[in-house]
Design a protein around this ligand. Structure first.
Ligand SMILES: Cc1cc2nc3c(=O)[nH]c(=O)nc-3n(C[C@H](O)[C@H](O)[C@H](O)COP(=O)(O)OP(=O)(O)OC[C@H]3O[C@@H](n4cnc5c(N)ncnc54)[C@H](O)[C@@H]3O)c2cc1C
Length: 342
């Protein structure tokens, strides 16, 4: 059995298929496990699904693992994958730096014949492709890109040794989730930061917080129920209705965390045209702005482009509840109400 890819999906398959008694090998293009968390090690890369959802549901793996933040960073994700590897002994069956380049089915022998970038040819009865949803980074056809003589990197192919931005003039192209994350880190070192933005998105404060041992302990009491719920909902989160209601108002939700938010906040985005216009004009396209301003900007355009809502959403309809409940295991007392000027 050959599994391609050593991210969440591939590692799960390796463990699961082994337990079913198969002889399994994994081929992975990168030189370590973690999938997107191997490739996306750019400054600021982090999860926007809150803990505990972003992990395997097997108790063997969560029982003695504690995330330290509600929205873990790529560094912590890598530590998590090392923990999983140690528990399940996965690496011994993974061939790293091996990109599958082709496969043909040999009907005479009922086997796949698989070619890889190292020149090897491997036969397997089954192939399981766990190659993820972002295995091929998108590089837009920007005129002159090939001739650009400066340093140029893609967040999805970030150098493992990191990039030194100190004193440099930096341009970030794109303000999706990765763009927003990288901007907030790079501006601290760069001499100058310019953000090029074609389609503004909506970015709300994620209200990150540290998770101490006691919070982790209390959260774990809810894990079985949450993981069960996760398998039943539309988006694989432990909620359903809030996301759907918000979507109904014209904002597509990427992630919604449990807990309170300023009531009516989303109404301002979805209901009040003047307010919307104000928000749009606050971050013009291609602007060279003060780094702080860009990092903290609320970016919004009345479009159906994906909105990244990583804060807390409660009522989105000015009174009628979105059917959301606060998470009893997370303390909200320290969370200040958010407003645009803070
Ligand atoms: C910055 C960032 C933040 C994210 N945050 C969240 C979040 O908060 N919540 C959420 O649900 N999702 C999030 N995601 C989405 C993420 O893709 C999934 O959560 C998850 O990691 C996907 O796991 P996977 O195993 O399916 O794929 P991947 O993690 O993409 O792993 C696929 C692996 O296959 C390998 N591969 C591909 N092609 C080949 C080949 N031909 N030969 C050999 N190996 C190959 C790749 O090298 C890679 O290691 C985020 C993604 C990014 C980039």
């Amino acid at each position: 059995m050959l599994v391609v890819g050593a991210g969440f999906a591939g590692l799960y398959q390796l463990d699961h298929l082994r337990k079913l008694g198969y002889n399994v090998k994994v081929f992975e293009a990168g030189s370590n496990i973690g999938g997107v968390w191997y490739w996306n090690c750019y400054p600021g890369a982090r999860v926007d699904s809150y803990v505990p959802l972003y992990q395997f549901s097997s108790e063997e793996l969560w029982r003695d693992w504690n995330y330290s933040e509600l929205y873990p960073s790529w560094e912590e994700l890598r530590a998590y994958f090392r923990h999983v590897d140690k528990k399940l002994g996965l690496s011994r069956d993974i061939r790293f730096n091996t990109r599958v380049t082709g496969a043909e089915f040999d009907t005479d022998r009922d086997q796949w014949v698989v070619q890889a970038s190292d020149g090897s040819v491997t036969r397997a009865h089954f192939i399981v492709l766990c190659t993820g949803l972002s295995a091929i980074p998108y590089i837009p056809s920007i005129a002159g890109l090939k001739d650009f003589r400066g340093i140029c990197h893609h967040t999805g192919l970030w150098p493992q040794e990191g990039v030194d931005f100190k004193g440099k003039r930096v341009g970030v192209i794109g303000t999706g989730a990765s763009g927003v994350q990288v901007i907030q880190e790079v501006y601290q070192d760069a001499a100058e930061l310019t953000v090029f933005q074609r389609t503004p998105n909506l970015a709300l404060p994620m209200r990150q917080r540290k998770l101490d041992d006691e919070t982790n302990r209390r959260m774990k009491e809810t894990f079985p129920e949450r993981f069960h719920k996760r398998a039943e909902t539309f988006g694989g989160f432990d909620y359903d209705s809030a996301a759907l209601e918000v979507a109904g108002l014209g904002v597509r939700v990427n992630a919604v965390a449990p807990g309170p938010i300023e009531t009516g906040m989303l109404n301002r985005f979805t209901g009040n045209a003047e307010r919307k216009a104000g928000l749009v004009s606050s971050v013009p396209l291609g602007r060279v702005g003060k780094p702080d301003e860009i990092a903290n900007a609320l970016v919004f355009l009345a479009s159906d482009k994906a909105a990244f809502i990583t804060g807390h959403v409660l009522s989105v309809d000015g009174g009628k509840s979105a059917g959301w409940r606060a998470d009893p295991t997370v303390r909200h007392s320290e969370v200040k109400p958010w407003n645009r000027t803070s």
